[in-house]
Each structure stands twice: as C-alpha cells, then as structure tokens.
Design a protein around this ligand. Structure first.
Ligand code: CA
Length: 158
C-alpha cells in the first residue's frame, strides 16, 4: 500500500486531503510543523509527500530542498492562492509538481496517482532484468551465468 505524508498546518485542508486519499486506498500521515515534517520525511519511507509552502518551523522550500538531497520520493507542493509561490524555485528545489489552493480533491488524487505511477515506472526501468534464454526444459540465465534443467540448477565444472 502506498504511504503518503501530508505536511500541512491547516488541519481542515490536511483532513480533506487525507479523506480523499484514504477513499482511494492510500495510507496517510499528517504533520503540521515544517521541521517535524522534515524529520518524518527523512526517517520514513513514504511513497509521496504533499508539502504545503507556508509552514511553522521551516517553510516548504526548505523541506523540499532537504528531502530531495537525500531521497527521490515524489513531492507535490501546495500553496494558497495569493501566496507568492515561486514555481520555478519549487521545481528547481526538486518538487515534481505544484497545486494551488483551493484545489479540486479529485484532481489532487489524480495527480498523486500519476506521480506514483511515473515514479514506479522509473524505478522499474532502473531494475536490471536478467537476460534469460529458455528452450523447453533448459533455462540459461546469461546475466547470473547459471543454467537450469527442468527447474534444477546444473553446475558445470571445467
Ligand atoms: Ca500553510
């Protein structure tokens, strides 16, 4: 199951985000303080982080920069309408996307899913796929340099 960390000081917004994400089978944790949110993000293995810009403690830019220095987890930044949010700076600091509040909850969920899928594809592409040849009961794993006959590994001595 995907675990999402919400770092958001406005509880009504955090609750709204959590409700919609939980309806979509995500596991959600909320942190309302920037510094504590950063600690949580670094200590745990989240699938994605929803990060508010204006936070008590340290702001969203700083959280984004420090998380990104250590982890590849997708980060979506949120800012309230009227807040001066520098999108370019957010992206340069490593945010993957940004959303302006008030947002449509279904759009938020769709973006979360899109980023998780994209991240999963990247991770999968980086995994090495063994080069395997199979002929009836004979299987040759060229990457691992192993040979199997009817599922049993054959060891050849030279
Ligand atoms: Ca805020």
């Amino acid at each position: 199951m995907s675990r999402i960390l919400i770092i958001e000081d406005e509880l009504s917004i955090a609750d709204l985000e959590r409700d919609y994400l939980e309806l979509n089978d995500f596991e959600v944790e909320i942190e309302t303080n920037g510094a504590k949110g950063l600690d949580k993000a670094l200590e745990n293995d989240y699938s994605l982080i929803l990060l508010d810009l204006m936070l008590p403690g340290i702001d969203g830019y700083q959280v984004c920069r420090e998380v990104r220095a250590k982890a590849n987890v997708p980060i979506i930044m949120l800012s309230a309408k009227g807040e001066i949010f520098d999108k370019v700076l957010g992206l340069e600091l490593g945010a993957d996307d940004y959303i302006t509040k008030p947002f449509s909850p279904s759009e938020l969920v769709a973006r979360v899913k899109a980023h998780l899928n994209r991240y999963q594809r990247l991770v999968n592409n980086q995994m090495e796929v063994n080069d395997i040849i199979e002929i009836r009961g004979l299987k040759i794993d060229k990457t691992a340099r192993r040979v199997y006959l009817n599922g049993e590994e054959k060891v050849f001595t030279t």
